[in-house]
Design a protein around this ligand. Structure first.
Ligand code: MG
Length: 380
């Protein structure tokens, strides 16, 4: 039997929690489209995101270590896939819309520049007088304007709920040009949780990459409570096991602790604040209460871990040297293209008249992979 979209809508109705976003009430797309016969709207969104050019380029964009540093570190792509995995687990367990959570996760870092946060900071500084640059807003810009794959519309024409989830990534609800399209006053639970899934992913995988690169040591990590707890368990359970396997066990356990804590705390918050449907979800949100959070004690542990990673990994001299090199490349390319806008690719150049050369050159540079930026840099 082939399940058609009507069957899928009905199946969804049976498994989703009352405060989950239903595919059948997703608010539609900005350019109206007929539903696909066999795929739910958020499934289509997920597939559109995966087929986009910006998604493919995530493979060669820095997470913490630039691509040329080695093949065993996270890239923006593997980070994104880990966030999507965590989001799927969380959404499934809480009875939320898994495809919506996954779509938001897969798109959440599309707007990142080459060379990670260092790249974003440099581009934001260069664009200060020309409308600024912020990677979350850039993710939205990519899916709404810059991708060009479909004859009937610009961008990917994602569902409004997916767009709102991408827009809200990075904290509280952000005012933006999507305001006029808002059909509610707050983020979906799927969006709130995907935000935290991002944090869970990088807090745990950056430990692994930092150890692998020998920028932090297992000894040093013992000053962090959540690590001490989990490596202690590994040492007690696997006495004659090689150290690397104990370390990996502890990294997985740290991740698992954060996910389980988030799930339990969110679930009890939903109950405590009597969230029965989308409407009550948004009423609670408007009072300033945050439902998708860690418990107080886990929040302390996570803050301590973040502080450790900032001081010992993100501000490590090797990482700062890579960041500085990345920033030099971005700055030089920016000034070069401002002086020579005629040499940027046609697909970008044709928007100069409408958006001005600074914005267009910013889009071009933000879209580059590390290696493409390095290649251009060495040629100018
Ligand atoms: Mg991220």
């Amino acid at each position: 039997m082939i399940k058609r979209i009507e069957d899928l809508f009905l199946e969804e109705e049976k498994i989703l929690a009352p405060y989950a976003i239903r595919s059948s009430m997703n608010g539609g797309r900005i350019f109206p489209e007929k539903e696909h016969e066999l795929r739910l709207p958020f499934q289509r969104d997920r597939d559109r995101i995966i087929h986009s050019r910006a998604f493919k380029r995530l493979e060669y964009k820095t997470q913490v270590f630039i691509n040329s540093e080695g093949d065993n570190f996270r890239t923006r792509l593997t980070h994104t896939l880990e966030v999507a995995g965590i989001s799927r687990t969380i959404a499934t367990t809480l009875g939320l819309n898994v495809q919506l959570a996954e779509s938001i996760a897969l798109a959440h870092d599309l707007g990142h520049t080459p060379f990670g946060h260092a790249g974003q900071d440099k581009l934001s500084e260069l664009m200060k007088s020309y409308g600024g640059f912020e990677h979350n807003k850039q993710s939205l810009r990519i899916v709404r304007k810059l991708e060009n794959r479909y004859p009937g519309f610009v961008g990917l024409n994602l569902c409004r709920e997916t767009l709102k989830g991408i827009m809200k990534h990075g904290g509280d609800y952000e005012e933006s040009d999507l305001n006029s399209e808002r059909s509610d006053d707050g983020p979906s639970l799927e969006a709130m949780l995907t935000d935290v899934a991002d944090e869970i992913a990088y807090n745990s995988h950056d430990i692994e990459d930092g150890l692998e690169k020998n920028l932090i040591s297992p000894e040093q990590l013992k000053e962090v409570q959540i690590w001490r707890r989990n490596i202690g368990e590994a040492e007690a359970r696997f006495r004659d096991t090689p150290l690397i396997l104990k370390l990996r066990f502890a990294i997985r356990s740290v991740l698992n602790e954060m996910v389980v804590d988030l799930l339990k705390t969110t679930d009890s918050n939903l109950e405590r604040h009597k969230v029965k449907d989308i409407r009550s979800l948004h009423s609670v949100w408007r009072t300033g209460i945050r439902l998708a959070v860690f418990s107080d004690s886990m929040q302390e542990d996570v803050s301590e871990l973040k502080k450790f990673l900032t001081e010992n990994l993100y501000r490590h001299s090797d990482v700062l040297a890579m960041s500085q090199k990345g920033q030099e490349i971005i700055e030089k390319l920016f000034h070069y293209f401002i002086g020579h806008p005629e040499i940027i690719p046609d697909s970008y150049r044709q928007r100069i008249e409408e958006e001005g050369k600074f914005r267009v050159i910013c889009d071009y540079i933000a879209g580059m992979t590390d290696r493409y930026a390095e290649q251009l840099f060495s040629g100018i």
